[in-house]
Design a protein around this ligand. Structure first.
Ligand code: AQP
Length: 326
């Protein structure tokens, strides 16, 4: 069975974008793939985090994975920081990656272009991500479009390592959803909906009060044409709403466009708001049951034991190839 692997960093609360771009894909694939879903908490500290908030968010995110339909019997679920081999392999890979290729990563370039004083970790984190993927020989990495470049870097690193030291790593491929690869901010629809966004009204969190979420959809920025049409370049706001509806109802974007072609923007927003609120209500009901049980610790303990054994074997092979042994 082919292996899929992905993670959502606990740098903020999970959003509708996290659900549509990553969790939903893992849920859709879980019956047919050997699925690995982790919490990349080491990635979260590439930017400053409040320790207590981070700790709480790690549990919350695992609870949300499960509440969104990730089946712990079909997925290996684990916490990155509980498995020391990720950081070990990352170091070896950092030593085989060139400054030029790491400097080309657009997420890093975006953050530094704003003149922010960023950490070295933010620069090297795509290499840690390569280690996360290569450690388990993942075949596919379901990601939103913004992470495609990082999976390509992981491929380049693996190909180069294999050439230099002999076949060691499987070469992973990104899996980008045809619809919903980039859910946009509701207030600035040319920008990705992000969990660390400062604009409260632009982002829907999975634990938002469904009534508030409805209000956010109703006040989403659109355009003045009053024509419902899927056209992400010229009508990013409306296209984003159509995409959200299509993904949450598992409908083709063309069919959603046809369904709403005679609607005015207010009526379209009402329909989207209802689907979003229903999705959140269902997730939150399951989340409340999960958070008050022992399941999160059980799942993470099982994931830690399994992945630590697998990663130890892989790292031993890597150390042997590189000459790190007595
Ligand atoms: N808005 C989105 N639309 C589609 N996919 C998305 N993803 C995130 N936001 C959207 C996908 O979710 C996966 C996990 O991403 P992540 O949470 O580890 O990191 P990120 O992409 O940096 O997410 P954020 O929300 O933008 O975090 P911050 O604000 O902390 O930087 C990835 O596959 C991502 O593509």
């Amino acid at each position: 069975m082919k292996k899929t692997l992905t993670g959502l960093k606990p740098s903020g609360e999970l959003t509708l974008g996290s659900l549509i771009g990553a969790i939903k894909q893992m849920r859709d694939y879980q019956d047919n793939y050997n699925s690995y879903l982790f919490v990349p908490d080491l990635h979260a500290i590439t930017v400053p985090q409040d320790p207590e908030e981070l700790k709480a968010r790690i549990r919350k995110n695992v609870g949300l994975y499960l509440a969104c339909g990730i089946d712990p019997h079909k997925n290996t679920i684990y916490l990155q920081s509980e498995n020391l081999y990720h950081a070990n392999l990352s170091w070896v890979l950092e030593c085989t990656t060139y400054m030029g290729e790491a400097s080309r990563m657009t997420q890093y370039k975006d953050k530094t272009s704003k003149g922010e004083n960023v950490s070295v970790g933010l620069f090297t984190y795509p290499i840690l991500m390569a280690a996360d993927i290569l450690l388990y020989d993942a075949d596919y990495v379901p990601v939103g479009i913004d992470q495609k470049q990082h999976v390509e870097l992981a491929r380049d690193i693996a190909i180069r390592f294999n050439k230099r030291f002999g076949a060691t790593f499987n070469i992973p491929e990104p899996l980008i959803p045809p619809t919903g690869a980039k859910i946009m901010d509701l207030q600035e629809p040319t920008k990705k909906m992000s969990k660390s966004s400062e604009n409260y009204k632009g982002t829907i969190l999975l634990l938002d009060d469904p009534i508030q979420a409805k209000k956010k959809i109703m006040s989403a920025v659109t355009d003045s044409e009053n024509l419902v049409k899927y056209d992400p370049i010229n009508k990013p706001g409306i296209s984003n709403l159509l995409t959200i509806y299509a993904c949450l109802t598992d409908t083709k974007i063309e069919d959603v466009e046809t369904k709403f072609q005679d609607y005015n923007y207010g009526s379209l927003k009402k329909e989207v708001a209802l689907v979003v609120a229903n999705t959140l209500t269902s997730i939150q009901q399951k989340y409340q049951e999960i958070i008050s049980s022992n399941i999160i610790d059980e799942v993470l303990d099982a994931g830690r034991i399994k992945t630590t054994q697998e990663a130890a074997t892989k790292l031993k092979e890597v150390y042997h190839k590189v000459g790190l042994e007595r």
